[in-house]
Design a protein around this ligand. Structure first.
Ligand code: SAM
Length: 290
């Protein structure tokens, strides 16, 4: 993680746009949680919880748990509260990097953060704080996209570089460096005394099989990675010039097949389990107990 730029989290998230591909976006969360072995956690926290459906799934898996969903976006939290008709979750608006886990008043049995830490500058350095908040036998589980070299993102940078506002656009797109290598996450979790279980998966998402979207990959990134660009390009003509150029480039990189448009998407997962017993950071432990 070589360099951090100011976070984009102050910008607007659009829950409706984000939810367009809910089942594709939910799959990594399910795969992540499949490696968490907690049976009867008392306190579960979802950091960067987003618009709610995945956090609510935690209340169904652990009906007896107190569940806290934390996010910096008021728009996402509003959408989450609407979904949470039973008021099962404590929704908290805060920036992950400023959040103090001790304010919960109890150790955390499961701390999950899915597809959020790429927006949190310096998150590798924050892992010790979150791991320290874990109870004995507690679990930390994170997933971040690792697709910043994929055509969807490389083309975004190329189009930005030839746009008249290149000087403003390129800095906000340089956050590709904001995600660490899998071995870095493994090293931090293991050095903190957790049993670490780290892997990468590339999903081949088949988007828009019905053929109703002009550019499904554009619609996908509009809900996430393209947001910083759209925040800069508030002028209609400047925005249209970018989107025309970018859409043409995406068409060539992601051609429509009879079954839809295939978006390859690599993600990094890191799960850490704190073994019961005295804390001994740095000790060597058996891997893969999840
Ligand atoms: C891609 S969404 C993921 C949401 C949810 N975890 C999921 O898997 O669907 C990223 C979320 O991170 C939140 N976020 C971005 N920066 C944040 C920060 N610094 N602190 C807390 N949440 C943040 C955004 O508001 C957004 O809801």
């Amino acid at each position: 993680m070589s360099r951090y730029l100011p976070g984009p989290e102050a910008s607007m998230w659009d829950p409706e746009q984000y939810a367009l591909f809910a089942s594709h976006r939910g799959r990594p969360f399910v795969d992540l949680l499949a490696r968490v072995g907690a049976e009867r956690p008392r306190l579960v926290v979802d950091l960067g919880c987003g618009d709610g459906p995945l956090t609510l799934s935690l209340t169904r898996r652990w009906p007896g748990a107190r569940v806290v969903g934390l996010d910096s976006s008021p728009q996402m939290l509003d959408a989450a509260r609407v979904l949470d008709t039973d008021r099962r979750v404590e929704w908290v608006q805060a920036r992950a990097e400023e959040w103090d886990p001790t304010t919960l008043g109890a150790p955390v049995d499961v701390l999950v953060t899915n597809a959020a830490l790429q927006w949190v500058p310096g998150h590798l350095d924050l892992l010790p704080r979150w791991v320290d908040a874990l109870a004995d036998d507690g679990w930390f589980a994170m997933q971040v996209p690792s697709n910043f070299d994929a055509p969807s993102h490389a083309l975004m940078r190329e189009v930005a570089a030839r746009h008249p506002r290149a000087e403003d656009l390129l800095p906000v797109l340089h956050r590709a460096a904001a995600v660490a290598a899998p071995t870095d996450y493994l090293g931090v979790l293991a050095s903190l005394g957790l049993d670490a279980d780290v892997w990468q998966t590339t999903y081949e998402h088949v988007l828009d099989p019905e053929g109703v979207q002009r550019s499904p990959v554009l619609e996908w990134v509009r809900g996430t990675g393209l947001r910083p660009v759209l925040d800069v390009l508030t002028d209609d003509a400047e925005r249209a010039a970018f989107l025309d150029d970018y859409t043409a480039a995406l068409d060539a990189a992601y051609p429509r097949q009879p079954w839809g448009v295939v978006l390859g998407f690599r993600r990094t997962f890191a799960v850490g389990h704190r073994p019961p017993g005295p804390r001994e950071p740095g000790r060597r432990r058996r891997l893969g107990r999840a």
